[in-house]
Design a protein around this ligand. Structure first.
Ligand code: FAQ
Length: 327
């Protein structure tokens, strides 16, 4: 009985300590006590984020072999490799919460895990690579810079490095579009068409409107998320408007205007049913993206087997060396 009371008192102290750390804007480390729901929320968000980086390699990889010059090809290859790196940091950070990368991969391949809706759209022209860099990486930066201050330290630390690379990615996308906009009328049309197709899906990346976002309030209370979905969407549009002007492209929203009274942009209606459809697995490329990921996982089996065999060999020779030293 006494033991139960002692255990209860200890749990209360740990919970109070957790609340104090959050209130003081301090960081939670993997060894610290944390509520089960906090852990679950982080695993959910961080693994979805990791999967997004990995699936997000596909739409751009589609253009590596068709990039218009050697320089463009080298840049695009480097960018796609960066996304793989981001996925790896994020899987590693998620593993600190007590889940394995194998389990997370299994959930993705089984179609049980979510990843960002944006990567279920096709890349139809070279200008799409510019639009992805400008809009998709731009949205990623708006969403992810505040995540550098996430209360869970390994996630925040991973985001610092990721954001540095994302800002380079955004500039390369802007530069592709700028080059096209300074080109022939056909190239200008291609750039505008890409912006028309990627603009609305990029606004959806921030998630449903605040009133329909079941996770936001709690995640903000825990300082995992620092801003709501709608707040970040507003920041994104405010960043895009002057950049679109500099590029000479039109954002495809006739209702978009600055509202002096609200000190915010009024946006035209967003088709939330489209986001729901894509999240439910019925977007233009969902099936293709998962199929490709499954094939890539199978094709890579020999690499995983070779790495495991090498690690076992190394461990055996270390054990033999230790045994010899002891003898
Ligand atoms: N797509 O209650 P909320 C990148 C789900 S990486 C799919 O508002 P929350 C880099 C949500 O999971 C892009 N699902 O949820 C790159 C939840 O479902 P659940 C990825 C979505 O977590 C560039 C439900 O709807 N970035 O771009 C989406 O508070 C170029 C209700 O939503 C991140 O993951 C969506 N768009 O807020 C790579 C950033 N929106 O889990 C390659 C970190 C919502 O309850 C090339 N994540 N859902 O079953 C976040 O900030 C948040 O998780 C949000 C969603 C904002 C995405």
């Amino acid at each position: 009985m006494e033991t139960t009371t002692e255990a209860g008192a200890e749990a209360n102290t740990e919970a109070a300590r957790f609340d104090e750390l959050i209130a003081a804007d301090d960081r939670i480390e993997p060894r610290d006590w944390m509520p089960d729901d906090y852990r679950r929320t982080l695993i959910r968000q961080m693994s979805q984020h990791a999967h997004s980086e990995i699936i997000g390699m596909q739409p751009e990889a589609n253009w590596i072999s068709r990039a218009p010059s050697l320089k463009r090809k080298a840049i695009l290859m480097a960018k796609v490799q960066d996304e793989a790196g981001h996925g790896l940091y994020l899987y590693s950070a998620t593993e600190t919460l007590g889940v394995t990368r194998d389990e997370l991969t299994e959930q993705l391949l089984a179609g049980k895990a979510k990843y960002s809706s944006i990567f279920n759209y096709p890349t139809l022209s070279w200008a799409d690579i510019g639009a992805i860099g400008w809009l998709v990486d731009g949205a990623a930066i708006c969403n992810q810079v505040p995540l550098c201050r996430c209360s869970y330290a390994p996630y925040g630390r991973a985001m610092v490095r990721i954001c540095k690379e994302e800002s380079f990615h955004q500039r390369q996308g802007f530069e592709i579009l700028l080059t096209l906009m300074r080109g022939t009328p056909e190239q200008q049309r291609m750039a505008q068409d890409a912006v028309d197709r990627w603009y609305w899906p990029s606004l959806m990346m921030f998630g449903p409107p605040d009133a329909d976002s079941p996770n936001s309030a709690r995640s903000m209370g825990w300082k995992i998320k620092r801003f709501s979905n709608d707040e970040l969407r507003q920041r994104f549009v405010a960043m895009l408007v002057p950049q679109a002007e500099a590029l000479g492209v039109t954002l495809p929203d006739p209702d978009l205007r600055w509202n002096e009274q609200r000190q915010a942009y009024d946006l035209g209606p967003i088709d939330w049913s489209e986001l729901q459809e894509v999240i439910a697995g019925r977007g233009p490329c969902n099936a293709q993206r998962l199929q490709r990921r499954r094939e890539a996982h199978e094709d890579g089996a020999w690499v995983r087997e070779a790495a495991a065999a090498y690690a076992a060999k190394q461990a055996a020779s270390r054990a033999a060396a230790t045994a010899e030293a002891v003898a």
